[in-house]
Write a protein that binds this ligand. Sequence first.
Ligand SMILES: *Cc1c(COP(=O)(O)O)cnc(C)c1O
Length: 368
Amino acid sequence: MKNLTQIVPSHVRGIAPYQPGKPISELAREMGLEEGSIVKLASNENPLGVSPKALAAMAATLQDIARYPDGNGFVLKDAISRKYGIAQSQIVLGNGSNDVLELAARAFLSPGTEVVFSQHAFAVYPLVTQAIGAVGVMTPAKNYGHDLDAMLAAITQNTRMIFVANPNNPTGTWIDKQALHAFLSKVPNDVMVVLDEAYDEYLPDDLKSEAIGWIAEFDNLILTRTLSKAYGLAGLRVGFLVANAAVADMINRVRQPFNVNNVALAAAAAVLDDEDFVRRTRELNDAGMKQLTEGVARLGLEYIPSYGNFVCVRVENAMEVYRKLLQKGVIVRPVGNYELPDFLRVSIGLESENARFLQALEEVLQGR
Ligand SMILES: *Cc1c(COP(=O)(O)O)cnc(C)c1O
């Protein structure tokens, strides 16, 4: 066969595919384990599962799936606009926030333009940059977090976009509001800033983002949010971005007309109003974060203090420890691909799941 990969543009050939957390079903097959005996703390999923309100909304929608979804997503945009006090024209819906991150990149980038992101930042930023043939400019992290001054200094005539994750995944680092606002006021207004707030719901109330209120001030600000984490809908794939209406209009032009399905629209609208579910999620996460960080500290391990629903723990021979944990039915996430080869990222689970992980980790470290 002729080597067809040679007609693929080099920027596509060069993409290192996203490495997802290992699915429970895959580990069960590989190790001959019962699925129910496996603990997965590898993808920052909500250990509470699905909100009953989302389940009810989904069930009510199933009879309509012979019809195309509302391509404008009215029910969900209505819920978002009421919740955040913004116009529907400022919203772009996505098949997960991965989708809106990519749509923002597709709308504003072209081959050769530059995109700034931080070392250890979410893997999707370099991926969507490279898929377009734009040039990723990675600035060194500072204390594992974004160095905003270094990011400002990396801006050139060719820079069109900057990605900032707050809190960041996988490090869990967070930038305070004052520093972020000062940063935005220094970015040239023809450089888009994509502020990814996938974990905002896990922050204490006094630290929660106020960036939606900043959109009126900064035309170049794009905020992304997801229903995958605190809202417990990772498998359904719903996310959205909020921006200036003219920016949202441009991004909507590159969106597939039906990128969010009927069932997802209904569930997302229902769960956005389910404040009780999000509150319980945060309380469980706070308690689990304490349990996990105290537990790893007791084992003599260091970790990066995290504002998300996960924590990076420093371990020697991280890949070997990862594989030994797999053998014990515990899935965590190696983060060597994030230039953090000495860390494992562990998502906060139920109390019993966190305990299983700590027990398994102790055994592995003792060579059992
Ligand atoms: C999980 C995550 C997302 C959300 O991804 P979805 O596509 O919405 O599931 C976005 N940004 C960061 C930093 C994340 O960790």
